[in-house]
Write a protein that binds this ligand. Structure first.
Ligand SMILES: Cc1cc2nc3c(=O)[nH]c(=O)nc-3n(C[C@H](O)[C@H](O)[C@H](O)COP(=O)(O)OP(=O)(O)OC[C@H]3O[C@@H](n4cnc5c(N)ncnc54)[C@H](O)[C@@H]3O)c2cc1C
Length: 363
């Protein structure tokens, strides 16, 4: 079987893989990225809410909190500099009764501990939306939306300009540890030819498959993962929004929110329920639960105004709430596993690139 050697190989061309690739390519030449699809960002990175999160809900000092805050600032700067569309529209978190209103206080305090000091209780913006039910609302001015597809394409162009190479339609089948290299067995799906890439630095950014790949390489810790699917529905009614509307967060998600896209269309989602397989079809059996959740803050919503759109899957590490960025040095070889990289992964991506760049440099 044919073999070739590279200094660094990245598995997976979602936002995590390409953001890391772009950062590393500023310093290292000879970096390869393999992606099983024929373009970047076709999986979780295009099956989400496209929200730039402020960093409100996370455990203070957690990796999620730190990367989200830093990532948000880097992202707004990057989008402005590269003329990529975004709208720093802000979001309202609405409570529907007295006891939920107390939770808003806790959310505001948590955000403050995370370093977000711009949240305020709102009494004015909510008046624009008489069709919403809100007891009290909290406003986050630094939350926004953006064109994540153009963002990913821009990172791709930078990576290639810096000398990086992307092999599209190339899938990692297995990883083998040799004394001085990782041997990555790859199949080129364009012609079914198998070959081996040898590298001393391996980055596993394979999205919902990254746990499986990590478990096949790491000896000490076998990760378990829950797959939590979320459906989205478009709204075809006549109301308009200028802000994002969020209910209180739930256990596995931030709640089924109403987001606007850059053309001001309204979309609801994502829901959150466990699945066992990678199936992105919209589950119509779950529509009633979805509807019941949204009417807690949008009581006059009609079922027929919800049109199935798309879904995404969160690969959440069991009993663990943070991003798990696991960096191991095995006999002079480096492996970085990007695990549990769920929301706010889009927002955090440029900070993730920076983080991996400095971590790899230290080895
Ligand atoms: C429902 C939902 C809503 C979300 N909303 C937001 C939001 O509003 N804001 C935000 O900041 N974040 C949000 N997120 C999180 C964000 O979307 C993810 O953190 C991010 O997209 C994950 O990127 P990734 O590169 O890790 O994964 P992916 O985008 O899935 O990329 C992994 C890539 O690896 C490739 N791959 C897999 N296996 C192999 C293999 N064996 N060989 C080669 N290639 C392989 C895949 O084809 C894929 O392209 C949301 C996530 C979900 C699920």
């Amino acid at each position: 079987m044919e073999k070739f050697e590279t200094k660094c190989l990245i598995i997976g061309g979602g936002v995590a893989g390409i953001a890391i690739a772009r950062s590393l390519s500023k310093e290292f030449k000879d970096i390869y990225l393999i992606e099983k699809n024929n373009s970047l960002g076709l999986e979780t990175s295009s099956r989400n809410s496209e929200v730039i999160h402020a960093g409100i809900y996370y455990q203070p000092n957690s990796l999620k909190s730190k990367l989200c805050l830093r990532g948000k600032n880097l992202l707004y700067e990057y989008l402005s500099k590269n003329n990529i569309s975004f709208n720093k529209c802000g979001k309202l978190i609405v409570s529907s009764n007295e006891s939920e209103a107390e939770s808003l206080d806790k959310i505001k305090n948590n955000a403050f501990e995370c370093g977000i000091d711009d949240l305020s209780f709102d009494t004015q913006i909510i008046k624009q939306y008489p069709f919403l039910k809100s007891h009290t609302s909290l406003f986050s001015p630094s939350t926004g939306i953006f064109d994540s597809g153009s963002f990913i394409s821009s990172l791709e162009r930078e990576f290639e300009k810096n000398g990086g190479t992307i092999l599209f339609g190339n899938k990692c089948m297995s990883v083998e540890k040799e004394d001085s290299f990782f041997n990555i067995h790859v199949i080129d799906l364009n012609n079914n030819i198998e070959f081996i890439i040898q590298t001393k630095t391996l980055i596993n950014a394979a999205g919902i498959s990254s746990v499986e790949i990590a478990n096949s390489i790491l000896e000490e810790k076998k990760y378990q993962v829950d797959y939590i699917k979320g459906d989205y529905y478009n709204y075809k009614g006549k109301e308009k929004l200028e802000h994002l509307i969020y209910p209180l967060p739930g256990k596995d998600s931030l709640g089924i929110h109403a987001t606007i896209d850059l053309g001001k269309g309204i979309r609801f989602g994502p829901s959150a329920y466990k699945v066992e397989s990678e199936d992105y079809s919209i589950n119509s059996d779950k529509k009633e639960d979805f509807y019941n959740s949204v009417i807690s803050y949008w009581p006059k919503l009609k079922r027929e105004d919800l049109l199935p759109d798309y879904s995404g899957i969160r690969a959440k590490i069991k009993n663990f709430d943070d991003f798990e960025i696991k960096i191991n040095n095995i006999d002079d070889k480096i492996i970085v596993n990007i695990l549990g990289y769920i929301s706010p992964g889009l927002t955090s991506s440029l900070a993730l690139g920076e983080y991996i760049q400095s971590a790899v440099k230290d080895f």
